[in-house]
Design a protein around this ligand. Structure first.
Ligand SMILES: C[S@@+](CC[C@H](N)C(=O)[O-])C[C@H]1O[C@@H](n2cnc3c(N)ncnc32)[C@H](O)[C@@H]1O
Length: 287
């Protein structure tokens, strides 16, 4: 695991409170990478749009997690409710979404109402590392690109192992440090990403497997999707420049402008192999 000491939780909350309208403008309702097929990702211009590629990532994770109608899902780090609302609308799930940001909580609740699933989802503003749920309350614990922001990931997965029902699943997509990211050149690149994108640490596939296994979960699926998702940052960078967002963000908060300038940092870390993008699905044993 690669750690940095530069990140405070207050900064993460304030980033999502302030940047949510920019994310909506830039990425739509999902704040996560798009997933293209290997073939499409290699094209100069992918045939599948970034928005459709984001939905493809959500749907692929839903399939791997064996999401079914009527299930109770906990969406950790739910953003503007992109996954929660999709799981309620298209899969018939009852979803509890948790976000650190009050702006996102309100945004997600309003979007759910407007899309006719206000009764199937509820959103809480809470810290995923402090929030409490009953044991075995959920069929699926789901988290896309939030665990990067958590300070004690091992302790978080201990809780997750209790929240999920026996036989239930844990579905995670996360930015990862490569297994050899301790090498100085790679470490520098991962630390730069942690500092710029407010991640107290980035775990590797090995770290996530250990945290989940120690929490009594059995890891059944691991996918390295790096080559299928990294186009996201090229496309975002182009859009950011085209829309003049760094200039606009500078008026609101210079830290947000800095954030927008670091898309290349992440892209370089993917290209050099310092970072990976991982999908993991684990199961809590029945007995
Ligand atoms: C990159 S966004 C992903 C949002 C959402 N999963 C999606 O895919 O659209 C990261 C999310 O994690 C949330 N987050 C970060 N730290 C958190 C914490 N300690 N507790 C709850 N949510 C947290 C942020 O508020 C934000 O909603």
């Amino acid at each position: 695991m690669i750690e940095t000491t530069s990140v405070a939780q207050r900064a993460i909350r304030s980033h999502y409170d302030l940047a949510t309208p920019f994310y909506r403008l830039l990425w739509g309702p999902h704040i996560h990478h798009g997933l293209w097929s290997e073939e499409d990702a290699a094209r100069r211009v992918p045939q599948v749009s970034p928005r459709a590629a984001q939905e493809q990532l959500t749907d692929t994770l839903a399939e791997l997690a064996e999401i079914n109608r009527g299930q109770r899902v906990l969406d950790i780090g739910c953003g503007m409710g992109g996954s929660s609302i999709r799981l309620a609308r298209h899969y018939g799930c009852h979803v509890t979404g948790v976000t650190l940001s009050g702006v996102q909580r309100r945004w997600a609740a309003a979007s759910a109402m407007l899309q006719g699933v206000g009764r199937a989802v509820e959103f809480q503003r809470a810290d995923a590392e402090a929030v409490r749920f009953d044991d075995a309350a959920f069929d699926v614990v789901w988290s896309i690109e939030c665990t990067e922001h958590l300070f004690d990931k091992a302790a978080f997965f201990q809780q997750v192992g209790r929240w999920v029902k026996p036989g239930g699943r844990v579905a995670i997509c996360a930015w990862l440090a490569a297994c050899d990211a301790e090498l100085p050149v790679k470490r520098q690149q991962v630390e730069a990403v942690c500092d710029a994108f407010l991640c107290p640490s980035l775990g590797s596939f090995d770290d996530y497997r250990t945290w989940m296994t120690d929490a009594g979960l059995i890891v059944e699926i691991e996918h390295d999707w790096t080559s299928r998702v990294s186009r996201t940052w090229e496309l975002c960078d182009q859009r950011v420049r085209r829309l003049g967002l760094p200039w606009l963000a500078g008026f609101i908060d210079p830290a947000q402008r800095e954030f927008l300038r670091h898309f290349g940092t992440l892209l370089r870390a993917y290209r050099s192999g310092a970072m990976q993008y991982g999908c993991l699905v684990a199961r809590r044993p029945r007995a």
